[in-house]
Ligand binder design. Structure first.
Ligand code: FCB
Length: 442
């Protein structure tokens, strides 16, 4: 068959994403290290432990891997609990270490995208109520100021908070993340404080660095009505999407928190995003269920026969990526795919997942939607929160005991994509022939 290719705009960002607690190791006292000590909180009581030993220096070899395989950017997060170990103490040595890592990225021609807060809070802050205590708003702004002063010569792309919507749901509604609550009121309080903290940090960053680009990384999840003819299923799917996907970024855009009925004003937040980060992994089917008021009357499941990841955590629904980007357009700012990937230890799904999702990104780019880059989750297997070490998202496999890395075929595929700045029929033939006819029809 004829050779064909789908190319991306010049200057497109190609990278991978990581987060501090998941890769650094020897994590200091934060809400997650404390959570790991509680029996039954993490699957098999796994611990983050040495993680990928980045704090011990292995960031060098992993960022070498990223750079040597054609990536031009990397997204990582800073560990607030290292930088501010106590309310009245900044750890300058930790900031120096982060400066060294940023310099290391520049030496490797990897543009840094830095997340200020990726799920973890210093333990002292968590003990004061974490996101439920409005004091965190000023604390977060002070932390942002400290960090931006320290790193401004290297970093202009900032994510304030990673997936505030996942924190609202997992920490305050489903109880899987610390503090393990199941309380809608607490979720809303936390959400409001996250919004205000984000806005305070946005202004603090811009004051120091007017040219900064600041955004939030949202987890966009697709919600499709299980029976498209059913008004109740459609209502349930819409409500899930409204609360999970829309609430936070709409508030950032408009300064109003839209609820299923009515809205609350939060004017100081309006207009505080220079781009929107989209983390897309999967899509749910949603059926109305009267017996699930705590989950907004929704039963969620994957389509029977779905193409599932190792532990059934992710269904491969590439169309959802297109939907996510279309959804992101409404915020009228540039869009960056800040995470996308799949847990797949033996790498038999990842090549097609990657190609199919990038094909959808390419479709969106061709409508001239302002999509600036793509970050694959993740560079190397890392500690997956309450799922411990049971899920393998890396382009490189990690042996947690020995710290040895082994390249998965997808790492080579992604390197080819980054170098080509596109996907080609030849790549699909070699790495995922099973999707050839759908990606490159005759
Ligand atoms: C996202 C998180 C990231 C990682 C991936 C698999 O929700 O932001 O840290 O756990 O899921």
């Amino acid at each position: 068959m004829a050779q064909a290719s789908y190319h991306f705009p010049r200057g497109f960002l190609w990278g991978t994403a990581t987060s501090s607690h998941q890769v650094e190791g020897h994590n200091p006292p934060n809400n997650w290290t404390a959570w790991e000590q509680e029996k039954g909180r993490i699957l098999h009581d796994h611990k983050s432990g040495l993680a990928c030993d980045w704090w011990g220096g292995r960031w060098r070899e992993d960022l070498d891997r990223a750079a040597d395989s054609g990536q031009n950017t990397h997204r990582l997060s800073l560990e607030w609990s290292r930088i501010q170990p106590a309310p009245d103490r900044w750890d300058e040595a930790a900031l120096d270490r982060y400066r060294e890592i940023m310099r290391g990225m520049f030496e490797r021609s990897l543009l840094p995208m830095v997340t200020l807060q990726h799920f973890t809070l210093p333990l002292w802050l968590a003990e004061q109520g974490g996101w439920e205590n409005e004091r965190i708003v000023d604390d977060f702004a002070a932390y942002a100021r400290k960090v931006v002063e320290a790193l401004k010569e290297y970093v202009t792309m900032w994510v304030t908070i990673n997936e505030p919507n996942v924190v609202m749901a997992s920490a305050y509604l489903f109880g899987d993340f610390p503090p393990g609550k199941k309380d809608l009121g607490a979720a809303m309080t936390a959400g409001r404080n996250m919004l205000r903290a984000h806005a305070a940090a946005y202004h603090a960053i811009h004051k120091i660095q007017p040219q900064a680009r600041v955004g939030v990384a949202m987890n966009y999840r697709g919600f499709a009505p299980a029976r498209s003819w059913s008004p109740l299923d459609r209502w349930a799917a819409r409500t899930q999407s409204l609360m999970f996907n829309d609430l936070f970024p709409r508030a950032v855009q408009k300064g109003k928190i839209y609820l299923p009925v009515g809205f609350q004003r939060i004017p100081e937040v309006a207009g505080t995003q220079d781009f929107i980060g989209v983390n897309y992994y999967t899509r749910d089917q949603v059926a109305f269920n009267l017996f699930k008021p705590g989950e907004l009357f929704a039963r969620r499941f994957f389509l029977p026969g779905a193409d599932l990841s190792d532990t059934g955590f992710i269904a491969n629904v590439p169309q959802g990526m297109f939907d996510a980007l279309k959804w992101a357009l409404q915020f009228e700012v540039p869009i960056i795919i800040t995470e996308n990937g799949v847990e797949d230890a033996d790498d038999d799904l990842r090549p097609r997942y990657l190609l199919q999702h990038l094909h959808q990104v390419w479709r969106a780019v061709n409508f001239n939607w302002p999509i600036k880059g793509y970050y694959h989750w993740s560079l190397v297997d890392n500690f997956e929160w309450e799922r411990g070490w049971t899920q393998r998202f890396g382009l490189w496999e990690l042996d947690v005991e020995t710290q040895a890395r082994r390249k998965r075929p997808s790492a080579d595929l992604y390197a080819e994509i980054c170098r080509e700045n596109g996907i080609t029929s030849e790549m699909v033939e070699r790495y995922a022939p099973e999707v050839m006819s759908s990606l490159f029809p005759d």
